[in-house]
Design a protein around this ligand. Structure first.
Ligand code: GLP
Length: 261
């Protein structure tokens, strides 16, 4: 796991966008894993700028979102499928239908989850997965206790996650859905490169467990310690509880330019 402590969200966006650009240059039909939440927004903004500058195209690329609320009406602005369009997909040149998400309105939830797994597999798997992390250590919506081998399925959101996300629902916790569909930890772990972004003090505990804690379903993101290519992009506040932070800084400073993340 590579840990990179950067100045701010803008720097994080630039470094992550460099990795996406390098991928699309060598593989224009790459499959991107797209996360919602506020953490990846600077990455999306940077990718949109590069697209607008003519440096990047998503015309042949595909995207898969991580998760979706169950039961939010199709026209609800907080539906993740709508959110990812607004913050990223509709701002670049993805082909129609190239970005997919799990169907939170499906009548047959298990069938929809299986179909989503099949769609990711049929696309050849995710090349680069952008991830945020919840304050309770969730990735996607894999809450504490999630099987480290889990696949796309329905989950119940914790009270803490619903409180954290109430800000998107007029600060009304009761308006936050109780259930979601999420790629499992096993599903996410199959992405070839994972770029996890965390900023702010509120994420420091989750980041501490992710990077330096024991692997445990109680902190679901720790499953990434098993993955061969994970890059964790942090600001100072999110890195403040890392014991080896000086080592991570030194390692990144002395890294050869050609290596990328
Ligand atoms: C949400 C999403 C996650 C996201 C996390 C952090 O619950 N399901 O994919 O990573 O919360 O969100 P934020 O980046 O806004 O802190």
């Amino acid at each position: 796991m590579e840990v990179v402590v950067l100045q701010d969200r803008t720097d994080i966006g630039r470094i992550a966008a460099d990795a996406v650009s390098a991928l699309l240059n060598r593989k224009p039909d790459a499959v991107l894993g797209l996360a919602t939440g506020s953490s990846p927004l600077s990455i999306y903004d940077e990718l949109v700028s590069r697209y607008e500058a003519g440096e990047l195209s998503f015309r042949q690329a595909r995207g898969f979102t991580l998760d979706e609320y169950v039961g939010l009406p199709a026209d609800h602005p907080e539906r993740y499928r709508t959110v990812i369009d607004a913050v990223f997909a509709s701002r670049v040149d993805f082909a129609d239908g190239a970005v997919q998400g799990p169907d939170g309105l499906a009548a047959d939830i298990p069938a929809a989850c299986a179909a989503y797994e099949n769609a990711i597999r049929a696309a050849g798997g995710v090349d680069l997965q952008i991830l945020g992390i919840g304050t309770d250590g969730h990735i996607g919506f894999n809450e504490p206790g999630s099987s480290l081998a889990s696949r796309t399925r329905i989950k119940t959101l914790t009270r803490q996650t619903r409180i954290d996300n109430a800000r998107f629902f007029d600060d009304d916790v009761d308006a936050v859905p109780t259930h979601c569909l999420t790629q499992g930890l096993g599903t996410i772990s199959e992405a070839r490169h994972i770029v996890l972004v965390a900023t702010g003090r509120g994420k420091a505990e989750a980041v501490h467990h992710l990077v330096e804690g024991p692997v445990s379903a109680m902190w679901p993101a720790t499953v990434l310690q098993h993955h061969p290519h994970v890059t964790v992009l942090l600001d100072d506040a999110a890195a403040r509880r890392l014991q080896l932070v000086d080592y991570y800084r030194e390692t990144y400073r002395s890294k050869p330019d050609w290596q990328g993340i």
